[in-house]
Design a protein around this ligand. Structure first.
Ligand SMILES: Cc1cc2nc3c(=O)[nH]c(=O)nc-3n(C[C@H](O)[C@H](O)[C@H](O)COP(=O)(O)O)c2cc1C
Ligand SMILES: Nc1ncnc2c1ncn2[C@@H]1O[C@H](COP(=O)(O)OP(=O)(O)OP(=O)(O)O)[C@@H](O)[C@H]1O
Ligand SMILES: [Mg+2]
Length: 346
């Protein structure tokens, strides 16, 4: 080896063939297709392609590369490839492909046309990089992390929706009340997400601790509709409920509690509301909301058919396989809800 005047190493250039053989032997998966043949079939695959896809050269040559695609492949990605081939331009896409044994992988495909010296099209080159090999995107840790991130965002988005609703509500004149009720309902959903994303929770993501959840819900409802002389007592037997059912129960309880705070103590300075949740033998749940207020107005058979609150309650009770019992009079109102469609875990 000698150095020339510019300090450059003098080398013996590789021939095209030697360079190609070197690349072909690398760990990078590659294919060549021939667009002059019908349906642009594969004419060459290297060893790395065989390793990545599980198909050997004999199985792959003569076929269009789309045989690697399947059910999970996004048609938009395929369309981008088709357009790049038509316009003889290069293109990179991450698309779902399937190995010979049926296992899916994300393939970062780089595809480029290769031209003759006269500028006419000769081959297409494709380089396949399986992404899951570099970072295991679906590890349990990554899933947990992603879940937390989603919950965090849902919480933030709910806060944003609540403040927007309030802002619009201020300028809404007669509709102001409805805006306020709407933001209250969104807020009770927010409480559930707070509970779901509570890092202290020992159990999995699918269940919610009813004790903690209903306590928060009662506190939130009270801070929205309560007055200084009104107390809310919460007595909830600790059980874990499946979170979907807990959302529904929470919405029902929030409506009934809100009713007590909004309607039961008209003209009164003080009052008391008891929220009680107990498990009954045989996997059902009893929710009782009792107030010592003025009772429902005469002639009102609650739940009514005309209000949002009653419609929410009636619809959700049906979903949870529940029954409703209402006792109301001069000493107050007691609403008892029995739910058998809730799965509890001890
Ligand atoms: C050189 C080259 C390599 C390709 N490699 C792949 C591949 O690894 N995986 C894949 O799903 N599609 C690959 N394709 C794309 C398909 O062969 C096909 O062009 C695409 O599905 C769009 O066309 P279609 O709509 O006719 O299927 C490659 C295409 C070329 C030209
Ligand atoms: N605990 C209660 N004490 C006294 N009256 C009640 C009580 N709960 C409900 N009511 C009466 O029943 C009516 C209907 O309640 P409902 O929740 O269906 O509608 P709303 O509270 O008036 O409106 P919305 O819930 O849609 O905001 C109330 O307007 C109120 O007169
Ligand atoms: Mg109501």
């Amino acid at each position: 080896m000698t150095m020339d005047a510019e300090n450059r190493v003098e080398i013996q250039p590789l021939t095209h063939m030697e360079a190609f053989e070197t690349l072909a032997g690398s760990r990078i998966s590659m294919v060549l297709t021939d667009p002059a043949l019908p349906d642009n079939p594969i004419v060459y695959v290297n060893r790395a392609f065989e390793r990545v896809t599980g198909y050997n050269a004999q199985m792959a040559i003569g076929r269009n590369c789309r045989f690697l695609q399947g059910e999970g492949t996004d048609p938009d990605d395929v369309k981008r490839l088709r357009e790049a081939i038509e316009t003889q331009t290069e293109c990179t896409v991450d698309l779902v492909n399937y190995r010979a044994d049926g296992e899916p992988f994300t393939n970062r495909l780089m595809m480029a046309p290769i031209f003759f010296e006269d500028g006419s099209l000769r081959y297409f080159l494709g380089i396949q990089k399986p992404l899951a090999e570099v970072e295991d995107v679906l590890s349990p840790n990554a899933v947990r992390h992603a879940m937390r991130e989603v919950q965090h965002r849902v919480k933030n988005h709910l806060s944003m929706i609540i403040s927007l609703t309030r802002m619009y509500g201020r300028g809404a004149g007669a509709a102001q009340d409805q805006f306020q009720q709407l933001s209250r309902r969104i807020e009770s959903l927010q409480v559930l997400y707070q509970e779901l994303s509570n890092p202290e929770r020992r159990r999995n993501m699918d269940t919610v601790s009813l004790g903690a959840y209903f306590s928060r819900l009662a506190a939130a409802t009270q801070s929205l509709d309560g007055r200084p002389g009104l107390t809310v007592n919460v007595d909830v037997e600790d059980a874990e409920a499946e979170s979907e059912a807990a959302i529904h129960m929470g919405m029902i309880v929030s409506e009934i509690l809100t009713n007590a705070l909004q309607h039961a103590f008209i003209g009164r300075e003080t009052g008391r509301v008891d929220l009680r949740v107990q498990t009954l033998p045989g996997q059902s749940l009893r929710v009782t909301v009792a107030d010592d207020g003025v009772g429902m107005p005469e002639g009102v058979t609650w739940p009514v058919s005309s209000s949002v609150g009653s419609s929410v309650i009636a619809g959700l009770i049906r979903q949870l396989n529940g029954t409703l019992d209402v006792k109301t009079g001069a000493t107050g109102t007691v609403v008892t809800l029995d739910l058998s469609g809730v799965t509890l875990t001890a």
